[in-house]
Ligand binder design. Structure first.
Ligand SMILES: Nc1ncnc2c1ncn2[C@@H]1O[C@H](COP(=O)(O)OP(=O)(O)OP(=O)(O)O)[C@@H](O)[C@H]1O
Length: 352
């Protein structure tokens, strides 16, 4: 997908959106705080709002041009939308909601097969149900299915996970990514959550005050923002449960074992760990209360606000820790150093 936006749009005196950028790739994120203009951008791309001036191009097709008097109607843009609220037809069954998307696609462009989509999104059991009898996550899966069955050139997803709790978010992320890849439909994923952007996309445009701040990778953006963020850098760890021991759960992480308080009986689990919850020692510490002591190698350090990020390699796994600048100097942390990372069992937060 190649989407070029050169647009201006203002709302009275209060807000001016002024963008000049090209988004290329199949999994692109738009990241920004509330009020930065993300939803306005979505509406402009979908044709639900009209720019005052500028141009919008999608894969070589002009969707809007103020100079050339072009404004392709929303239903002719071949763009599907998924919002925070699934917006399903309440009087129709799951199957009828899905088939509505299919009818919109036009016979000539149908590359997504109904049965395959139902199987990829695991909707088979739900087909006969009324949509009012679905959970939030199921509703989002149906909304996604309906959007994909329209065979769009682009799937626009505006905060599709905001209304879901963390565990459900991860499940839906799995479906969103799987469906995008399986059916070859590029998407633009809009969110104010950097973690969601990291899990869903490989390129990101960050916005503030109606402008583009940067175009980068989600990983670079997360590292850049680490120092100024209240939560630091979030390490995402997919772990295999081994056993329970003394009130803690023991998980396998690469070649290491991690002791975690917030475990349960599931064989696999995803945890988040903030860069702020990792304490670094240049020598082996003795007699510590924290349950996890990992011998690591420093791969790299990077500045971020008033902090220094430290990329650690532990076996084949990577962790990002952070220290204040003075601590980085005092410990003389630099690439190839051996270092010990200490983590409390209570610092891991269960994501799924
Ligand atoms: N129709 C409108 N009339 C007047 N102002 C509007 C209109 N739509 C949006 N705005 C203003 O434009 C700004 C950007 O809104 P927008 O919804 O695009 O932001 P956002 O980044 O999507 O925020 P959020 O994450 O909270 O949804 C806000 O200040 C909003 O109040």
């Amino acid at each position: 997908m190649e989407l070029t936006l050169k647009v201006r749009k203002s709302f009275a005196e209060s807000f001016n959106l002024d963008l000049d950028c090209t988004a290329s790739g199949s999994q692109v994120g738009i990241f920004g705080a509330s009020g930065s203009g993300k939803s306005t951008l979505v509406k402009l791309i979908a044709g639900l709002e009209r720019p005052e001036e500028g141009e919008i191009w999608l894969d070589g097709e002009c969707l809007f041009s103020s100079k050339r008097g072009i404004n392709v109607a929303p239903q002719r843009r071949c763009i599907s939308l998924v919002f925070q609220d699934a917006c399903l037809f309440p009087h129709l069954s799951v199957e009828a909601n899905l088939r509505y998307g299919y009818k919109r696609s036009g016979v000539g462009r149908r590359s997504v097969d109904f049965a395959t989509l139902v199987s990829v999104l695991q909707l088979g059991e739900l087909l006969g149900r009324g949509v009012n009898r679905l959970s939030g996550g199921e509703r989002q899966r149906v909304a996604l299915g309906r959007a994909i069955l329209a065979n769009p050139h682009l799937l626009l997803m505006d905060e599709p996970l905001s209304a879901l709790d963390d565990g459900l978010k991860l499940q839906i992320i799995h479906y969103l990514k799987r469906a995008g890849e399986r059916f070859g439909i590029p998407y633009l994923f809009i969110s104010h959550s950097l973690l969601e952007i990291r899990l869903m996309t490989d390129r990101v445009i960050s916005m503030a005050g109606g402008r583009v701040l940067a175009q980068t990778t989600p990983e670079e953006l997360a590292r850049e923002r680490m120092g100024g963020s209240q939560v630091g850098y979030i390490n995402v760890l997919q772990l295999e449960k081994l056993r329970k021991m003394g009130g803690l759960y023991v998980y396998r992480w690469g070649l290491e074992e991690l002791f975690i308080s917030a475990g349960d009986e599931e064989p696999m689990a995803v945890f988040e760990l903030s860069s702020r919850d990792i304490i670094l020692f240049t020598r082996h510490p003795e007699a510590i209360s924290a349950r996890n002591l990992l011998k690591c190698t420093v791969v790299d350090t990077f500045p971020s606000g008033n902090k220094v990020g430290v990329e650690l390699r532990c076996g084949h796994e990577t962790l990002i820790a952070e220290v204040v600048v003075q601590a980085a100097d005092d410990l003389a942390i630099q690439a190839r150093n051996e270092i010990y990372a200490v983590i409390k069992a209570a610092s891991f937060r269960r994501l799924s």
